[in-house]
Design a protein around this ligand. Structure first.
Ligand SMILES: [Zn+2]
Length: 288
């Protein structure tokens, strides 16, 4: 499908940014964009999957939808209030005391969005690299849970452990918004980031040329989910690939198999991974 391969990723990026630009004062833009992009990608994956054997049967799909919704509810109802009470005031205080008043408020808003996006991805790159470098970080953040799935799709962008949402995934955006003072631009940056993360996990045949210089495509991110340890230690950027190019962790190669070992653990085993890892795990870093 020519349209999907060449137009889907740039079209969605431009469409989401345009929607945010015109409706950025409304709160509904965020759930509407998340749901719409997920529904679109899910429908395309069902009709034109890159790997037909990765299409989920109905029970698996319902389970993944339940996990996706649970994680977003957890993020909004638990992680966000915790941040409002603890992390956010701390970051604001640090910004005031360190005098970090350099955010370019006078720049065009879409340029500010891109600046916030690449700054946030820079921080995520190092957090993510740390998760794969040190066994204790991998364990305490539950990052292995996200890597446990053998068949990927757009919906897996929401298949993370609650600990990872709380400790890692929410932090880069908070830092850029409050420590560096991105303010309004953080809304557009977050929507762009989520859209690209959904695309990065999608089971679709997408072009990587040109767009893949700066932004992550699913070919790159699926390689990060490889069941081969060395291959999983590449392509840490879920939305921006440029930092992998800068810091020499970029790899453009096909992926045979994803997951953390030969089999996919049960949902319960995936949930308790911070406490106990499955025995046949192959991609976890060694605990120092
Ligand atoms: Zn990872």
């Amino acid at each position: 499908m020519f349209l999907i391969k060449y137009c889907l990723q740039p079209g969605l990026m431009a469409g989401v940014l345009a929607l945010w630009y015109f409706y950025r004062d409304t709160v509904w833009i965020y759930p509407v964009v998340v749901l719409s992009v997920q529904l679109l990608l899910g429908a395309l994956e069902y009709k034109w999957p890159a790997r037909p054997d990765w299409v989920h049967d109905a029970p698996d799909k319902f389970m993944l939808i339940a996990i996706f919704i649970s994680m977003y509810v957890f993020g909004g109802a638990i992680a966000a209030p915790i941040y409002v009470e603890t992390v956010n005031p701390l970051l604001s205080q640090m910004r005031a005391s360190m005098g970090l008043d350099f955010w370019p408020d006078h720049w065009p808003i879409l340029v500010q969005v891109l600046l916030a996006f690449f700054m946030s991805e820079f921080i995520w790159y190092w957090f993510h690299r740390a998760e794969h470098r040190w066994g204790w970080v991998w364990r305490i953040t539950g990052h292995g849970s996200h890597h446990a799935f053998k068949k990927l799709g757009a919906i897996h962008a929401g298949a993370n452990h609650p600990l990872e949402i709380l400790l890692v995934l929410s932090l880069p955006t908070a830092i850029v918004e409050l420590l560096f003072g991105a303010g309004l631009a953080i809304g557009g940056s977050t929507l762009l980031l989520l859209t690209l993360a959904f695309i990065a996990h999608s089971n679709l045949d997408l072009n990587t040329k040109v767009i893949g210089w700066l932004f992550t495509t699913n070919r790159y991110h699926i390689h990060h989910h490889s069941a081969v340890f060395e291959e999983s230690n590449t392509n840490y950027g879920c939305a921006a690939i440029v930092w992998d190019r800068v810091f020499k962790t970029f790899r453009d190669a096909a992926t045979v198999e994803t997951g953390i070992g030969p089999t996919q653990p049960s949902l319960w085993e995936i949930f308790i991974m911070p406490y106990r890892e499955p025995k046949d795990i192959e991609t976890a870093p060694v605990t120092d």
